[in-house]
Design a protein around this ligand. Structure first.
Ligand SMILES: CC(C)(COP(=O)(O)OP(=O)(O)OC[C@H]1O[C@@H](n2cnc3c(N)ncnc32)[C@H](O)[C@@H]1OP(=O)(O)O)[C@@H](O)C(=O)NCCC(=O)NCCSC(=O)C[C@H](O)C(=O)O
Ligand SMILES: [Mg+2]
Length: 283
């Protein structure tokens, strides 16, 4: 079940093969890191990346940043050794690529140690069609949209073609209380394009955006974090609803719009998220 206050505004991929990037991540203001052994690492670097990442995670304090390790798939020559290694390292989560059925999740769930949870890449047509079952599988905590692989399998172009898959994954995630993070924006030097895509993802309901470069972090944190205006409205909604209740009413009005219990729940969650962000940024 999702810890609603834990922010996942910015979730940065770091190739497990790059020592400089692994070091740099300790000081980046990201909410979570995906340490990648899959697509960001070339076949001839897989074994050294696995060893480097295991050693780094055992020795390094990444502070409050969630540590998620993306392993290679079970159908590759590296998948089994990746899992064996990182079940033992016990990061916050293990992210499985190209997940299509619940068996692979159930197998991993039975082997996990400590508090490690499971995340799934949602990036194949079959995986998207099975989203509800995947979300309900044991130890599942989050979905990450893999929009590059999806576009490849669909033969599609552009964001519009992604919408059904994004929404199906979000629906399935929310039905089970999971985190759901949007796919990457490949043009990492195009800040305006990134901002637009972050805003679209935020409005759809995603918790945050996966990122590929440190230059993308500030935009994702800003777009997915609550603004001062939103926080001010949330506080006024809660106060107005409390007053309405004290007056024997079930509904308040703020800025010409009704406020009911459900809006107060949303407002309370927003304030909790802001507090969690403050804590994280002060850490
Ligand atoms: C995209 C990059 C290859 C660009 O690398 P580079 O040209 O080296 O960037 P810079 O010179 O601008 O780097 C500046 C400094 O920032 C550090 N850096 C760069 N990227 C990262 C990172 N991701 N995390 C941490 N630090 C990073 C550099 O070391 C430089 O540091 P300094 O020496 O102090 O100046 C590169 O950014 C990159 O490899 N990005 C990650 C790519 C990746 O992870 N791809 C796989 C995930 S995407 C995917 O698979 C999605 C999904 O599966 C799907 O299907 O959609
Ligand atoms: Mg992918």
């Amino acid at each position: 079940m999702q810890n609603v206050a834990q922010p996942y505004r910015s979730v940065l991929y770091i190739p497990g093969s790059k020592p400089r990037a692994l070091e740099k991540a300790q000081s980046l203001p990201v909410d979570a890191i995906i340490f990648d052994l899959e697509d960001a690492v070339s076949p001839d670097e897989k074994a050294t990346a696995r060893a480097l990442l295991a050693e780094t995670l055992r020795a390094t304090d990444y502070g409050p940043r969630k540590r998620i390790v993306r392993v290679n798939g079970g159908d590759t020559e590296w998948g089994a050794a990746d899992l064996e290694t990182f079940i033992d390292v016990a990061p916050d989560a293990i992210l499985l690529p190209k997940v299509e059925d619940t068996a692979v999740i159930a197998d991993l769930a039975a082997r996990l140690k400590g508090e490690t949870t499971i995340w799934a890449m949602m990036e194949t047509p079959r995986g998207i069609l099975n989203a509800a079952a995947l979300a309900a599988a044991p130890k599942m905590e989050g979905f990450v949209m893999g929009t590059n692989d999806l576009a490849k399998d669909l033969g599609s172009r552009g964001r519009r073609a992604m919408l059904t898959s994004l929404q199906l994954s979000l629906l399935a995630a929310r039905a089970e209380g999971l985190i759901c993070v949007d796919g990457v924006y490949n043009a990492f030097k195009d800040e305006d394009g990134l901002r637009m895509e972050c805003e679209e993802g935020r409005d759809m309901g995603f918790d945050g955006k996966t990122l590929i470069h440190p230059a993308q972090v500030a935009v994702a944190n800003a777009v997915f974090g609550p603004s001062e205006e939103e926080l001010d409205l949330a506080r006024r909604q809660i106060a107005a609803y409390e007053q309405a209740k004290a007056d024997g009413q079930g509904v308040a009005v703020v800025d010409g719009k009704i406020v009911e219990n459900l809006h107060v729940e949303t407002a309370t969650r927003l304030l909790a998220k802001a507090d969690a962000i403050k804590l994280l940024e002060g850490a």
